[in-house]
Write a protein that binds this ligand. Structure first.
Ligand code: PAF
Length: 272
């Protein structure tokens, strides 16, 4: 495994690669969720590249950019264990210039995650586009947990005619159901217990749908009841394009929850 710190190193190596390239972009603090993406990339490609870059442009002022967990040494070991070929860890100053050509996410990026984090997805798309141009992957792997991010990246790839396959990967959970997240480390013992209500409410929603309760309002209200001790920011029921829908359509529906446990914002969802 080689750790590449500069854009030039990556570009020089990329020129020599002839086979398929699987790419897993990350902000580090790798956990089992990332590991499952990397393993899938390893299975499906000749070369695997992982980027570790805490991208400042996707954090809003006052968010946890400075506090965001950084675990470079542990991350490199994980990548080595997963037989990654190249880890790309660029400096912020080399990724951005003073005044940039910007990528603007469409209006639907200002709902749900984008409502409380306006501009967040502009930053995500900007860095992902840069990384795609540098790595030129055949396949790029993203978790379904960040479902809105995944949908916008799929749209960017279509709109900019990028020759890249976006591979959505299932959410990886702790054995008790909590979705894996780099931010779970912020939870204290009680918050960690309370956080389980999030996945429980999603499983409950799936069981209601299994019993043919398809009305979004009814499902949302029942989910909110099960999470009544939590500070729920939103429960949303959307189609794959992120339009809110009144009725669940099996095979095309995503149910999303965002709740705050203390200062930690947790996201989770289920694809129906
Ligand atoms: O999902 C993430 O970790 C980030 O948003 C990404 C895609 C690596 C871009 O910084």
């Amino acid at each position: 495994m080689q750790v590449l710190k500069t854009i030039e190193e990556l570009q020089n190596i990329r020129k020599e690669i002839k086979g398929t390239v699987g790419f897993v972009p990350t902000m580090g603090a790798l956990h089992n969720g990332h590991i499952s993406l990397i393993k899938k990339a390893r299975e499906e490609n000749e070369i695997v590249v992982v980027s570790i870059f805490v991208n400042p442009t996707q954090f809003l002022p006052g968010e946890d950019l400075d506090k965001y967990p950084r675990k470079d040494e542990a991350d490199k070991k994980i990548c080595q264990m997963c037989k990654v070929d190249y880890v790309f860890m660029p400096e912020i100053s080399t990724m951005y210039s003073k005044e940039e050509v910007l990528v603007k996410a469409p209006n639907k990026s200002y709902v749900l995650e984008g409502k409380t984090r306006p501009g967040h997805f502009d930053g995500v798309l900007q860095v992902v586009l840069k990384l795609f141009n540098l790595v030129q992957p055949t396949n790029a792997y993203f978790g379904k947990k960040d479902a809105q991010q995944l949908s916008l990246i799929q749209q960017m790839v279509e709109n900019f005619f990028l020759p890249i396959n976006i591979i959505p990967c299932d959410i990886v959970r702790e054995s008790d159901g909590l979705a894996m997240s780099s931010r779970n480390v912020y939870l204290d013992e009680q918050q960690r217990k309370d956080a389980l209500l999030i996945s429980k409410s999603l499983y409950f929603a799936a069981s209601l749908i299994g019993k043919n309760e398809l009305k979004s309002d009814v499902i949302k209200n029942k989910m909110l009841e099960t999470m009544n001790i939590l500070d729920v920011e939103y429960v949303a029921i959307v189609d794959r394009q992120f339009n809110e829908i009144n009725e669940v359509v099996k095979g095309n529906t995503i149910i999303l929850v965002v709740a705050k446990l203390g200062n930690t914002r947790l996201l989770d969802n289920i694809w129906i």
